[in-house]
Design a binder for this molecule. Structure first.
Ligand code: AMP
Length: 538
C-alpha cells in the first residue's frame, strides 16, 4: 500500500522557491568581480534564475546537457546554478587553479556546451577555446559596460544575454534522481574523475548538514562561503543557506586575509567555511593588525586536517571551530565534529583534543574502517583502518567510467582513520601518505599538527622517505615564519613530549615554500618525489 502524502520530487528549485517565498528579503551581499559590493535578496535571485533557465532553453540547452561555470562565489554564480538546474541541465564547476590543459581535458570529457565565466578568466578561456569544440557560447558574468573585447566564440555579457528573457517561465519538471551537478576531483594523480550529483542527493545533503550538530544554520545567520563553489560543490552552502533562510555574504575573487576580515566585519558574518590555509592568512592579518572579528560565531574548517594551533587561535577569540571531513565524492560533507553527550563537559584542552577529530556523520552517511583484507576494525580510537562510506549522498561511480564501490557496496575513500568508542572519526592520513615504518603506521597528519604548534613554524609537512632499515621514516619539511629560525633539535624537542619515540622525524628540512594543490592542500606527491631518497635509499 502506498502512503497518501503528496508526491514532491526533491528538485533543487524547491530550495530557492522556499527561500524566495519565506525569506524573500534576506540579503545576499557579494563583492563583485568588477570591484564594488552588490546587494540582492532571495526573491530577486529566484526571479533572475528563472529568467536564466528560460534563456538557456531558448539557447537550445536540453535537459541533461552540461553547462560549465568558471567563476568565483558571487550572486551571479548562484543564479547560474539555480537557473541551469531549473532548466534540467547540469552545472559543471571548473577549478581555475588547475592547469589550462587539464581544464580543457575536463570540459571535453564532460562535453559541456556553454560556459559562464568571470571577467578574471576570459584570458584563460581564450587560451584553450580552440581545443573546446563542444562550447558554442561563452557568457561573461558582467554587464555591457565592463564587457571586454574577446575572441571567445559567441561571447556575450551576462546581463545583456539575461535581459533577453522576461522570466515568465516555470522550472522544467524532472525526476529527483536526475543529474544536477558535475564536479571533477582535483586528481593529484591520474586523470580527474567526474562526480555527478543528483537533485535528490544535493537536497538530502542540504537537509542533513543543516541539522544542529552539523552546520546548525538558522535564518538569523549571515553565512559567508569562502570555500569556492568550484571546490567540492561549494560544501553545499549555496543550498543550505536558502534552505534555512540564512543570509549570504559572497567574497568574490578577494580571498586574502585583510579582504576577508573587512568583509566579515562590514557584513556582520556569523558563520563561514574554508580550508585551513585561508584561515592561516586571516589570523596572520589579525595578529599583525591587532584586529578582532566581532560578529563571527562559527567557522567550518575542512578539506585538510585542521591544525590544533589554528583551532586554538579561533577558540581563544570566542569563535567556535567546526572541524569537518569530506570529499567531492560525498557531496561533500562526510563527518562534522559536533558535541555528543559522551564527550560533553570537557575542559578547554579536552575540547581541543576532540576538535582534532573530524567528528561523526550526518544522517545521509554511514562509515566504517577496514583492514587491507576488508575485515572491519574496532572503534577503539587507536586501531587504524581504511575509511569507507556509503549513503544517498555518496557517489557510486564516476561520470563515464562506471561503478566505484566495493563488492558489498561501500565507497573506498582512500583515507586512513581511527574511530573512537563514542563514534568520533579521526583521519590519520591519505592511504598514500601514511608512513610505514618497520611494519607500523605513523600518521603524517598528527606530526604536522604538532609541528604547526611550534611558534616559529609557518607551515609543516611530513613525508615518508625510504629508509635502509625501517622501509620508510618520517621527514619533517617546514617553512619558518618570517625572521625566525627553525632547527632540527628545536623541532624534535617540541614534538618529543607528545608522540612515541619511534614517531619522531629522522630529520627536519627547512624550505622557502611548500607546494599546494589547486584546492589549497599540501601537494604531498611532489614533496615525496623530492625527498623520497633523502636517507640515501634510491
Ligand atoms: P576533495 O575531494 O578535493 O575535497 O578531497 C578530499 C580529501 O581531502 C579527503 O579524502 C581527505 O583526504 C582530505 N580531507 C578533507 N577534509 C579533511 C579533514 N578535515 N582532515 C583531513 N583530511 C581531509
Amino acid at each position: 500500500m502506498l502512503g497518501l502524502m503528496q508526491d514532491w520530487p526533491l528538485r533543487i528549485h524547491r530550495l530557492i522557491d522556499h527561500a524566495a517565498r519565506h525569506h524573500g528579503g534576506r540579503t545576499i551581499a557579494s563583492r563583485s568581480v568588477e570591484g564594488p559590493m552588490h546587494r540582492t535578496d532571495y526573491a530577486t535571485l529566484r526571479r533572475r534564475s528563472l529568467a536564466l533557465a528560460q534563456r538557456l532553453v531558448r539557447e537550445g540547452v536540453q535537459p541533461g546537457d552540461r553547462v560549465a561555470t568558471l567563476a568565483w562565489n558571487t550572486w551571479r554564480h548562484i543564479e547560474a546554478w539555480y537557473g541551469i538546474t531549473g532548466a534540467g541541465a547540469i552545472y559543471h564547476t571548473l577549478n581555475p587553479r588547475l592547469f589550462p590543459d587539464q581544464i580543457a581535458w575536463i570540459l571535453n570529457h564532460a562535453e559541456s556546451r556553454l560556459m559562464f565565466l568571470d571577467l578574471s578568466f576570459v584570458a584563460l578561456a581564450e587560451g584553450i577555446a580552440a581545443k573546446l569544440p563542444h562550447i558554442t557560447r561563452y557568457v561573461v558574468m558582467t554587464d555591457a559596460a565592463h564587457m571586454p573585447a574577446t575572441s571567445l566564440p559567441g561571447a556575450v555579457d551576462y546581463e545583456s544575454w539575461l535581459a533577453e528573457a522576461d522570466g515568465d517561465f516555470a522550472w522544467l519538471p524532472g525526476e529527483e534522481n536526475a543529474a544536477a551537478g558535475l564536479c571533477y576531483t582535483s586528481g593529484t594523480t591520474g586523470e580527474p574523475k567526474g562526480v555527478l550529483y543528483s537533485h535528490r542527493s544535493n537536497l538530502l545533503h542540504a537537509l542533513a548538514v543543516a541539522a544542529p550538530d552539523m552546520m546548525g544554520l538558522s535564518a538569523m545567520d549571515r553565512v559567508m562561503p569562502v570555500v569556492p563553489m568550484f571546490h567540492a560543490n561549494g560544501w553545499c552552502l549555496p543550498f543550505v543557506a536558502p534552505l534555512t533562510g540564512a543570509g549570504l555574504v559572497l567574497p568574490g575573487p578577494k580571498l586574502d586575509g585583510p579582504s576577508l576580515h573587512a568583509l566579515m566585519q562590514a557584513e556582520g558574518v556569523t558563520f563561514t567555511a574554508a580550508v585551513p590555509t585561508v584561515w592561516l592568512g586571516l589570523l596572520q592579518h589579525m595578529e599583525a593588525t591587532g584586529s578582532e572579528l566581532t560578529t563571527l560565531k562559527r567557522v567550518v574548517i575542512g578539506g585538510s586536517a585542521c591544525p590544533r594551533a589554528l583551532t586554538s587561535a579561533f577558540e581563544q577569540r570566542g569563535i567556535h571551530v567546526v572541524h569537518a571531513w569530506g570529499m567531492t565524492e560525498t557531496s561533500p560533507i562526510g563527518t562534522i565534529c559536533g558535541v555528543k553527550p559522551e564527550v560533553a563537559g570537557r575542559d578547554a584542552e579536552g575540547v581541543l583534543d576532540l576538535q582534532e577529530t573530524q567528528g561523526f556523520p550526518p544522517f545521509t552517511v554511514d562509515m566504517r574502517i577496514v583492514g587491507d583484507d576488508g575485515v572491519e576494525k574496532p572503534w577503539d580510537g587507536a586501531t587504524f583502518g581504511n575509511l569507507q562510506v556509503r549513503g544517498p549522498t555518496v557517489t557510486r561511480g564516476y561520470f563515464r567510467t562506471g561503478d566505484a564501490l566495493t563488492e558489498d557496496g561501500w565507497f573506498e575513500t582512500g583515507d586512513v582513520a581511527t574511530i573512537d568508542p563514542a563514534g568520533y572519526m579521526h583521519i590519520t592520513d591519505r592511504t598514500k601518505d601514511v608512513i610505514k615504518s618497520g611494519g607500523e603506521w605513523i600518521s603524517s597528519i598528527a606530526l604536522e599538527n604538532l609541528a604547526m604548534g611550534h611558534p616559529d613554524v609557518a607551515e609543516a609537512a611530513v613525508v615518508a622517505a625510504r629508509h635502509p632499515k625501517w622501509d620508510e621514516r618520517p621527514l619533517l619539511v617546514v617553512v619558518a615564519k618570517p625572521g625566525r629560525t627553525v632547527t632540527r633539535e628545536g623541532m624534535v624537542a617540541h614534538l618529543a613530549p607528545h608522540v612515541a619515540k619511534w614517531w619522531l622525524p629522522d630529520d627536519v628540512v627547512v624550505v622557502e615554500e611548500i607546494p599546494h594543490t589547486a584546492t589549497g592542500k599540501i601537494l604531498k606527491t611532489k614533496l615525496r618525489e623530492q625527498f623520497a631518497g633523502y636517507f640515501g635509499v634510491p
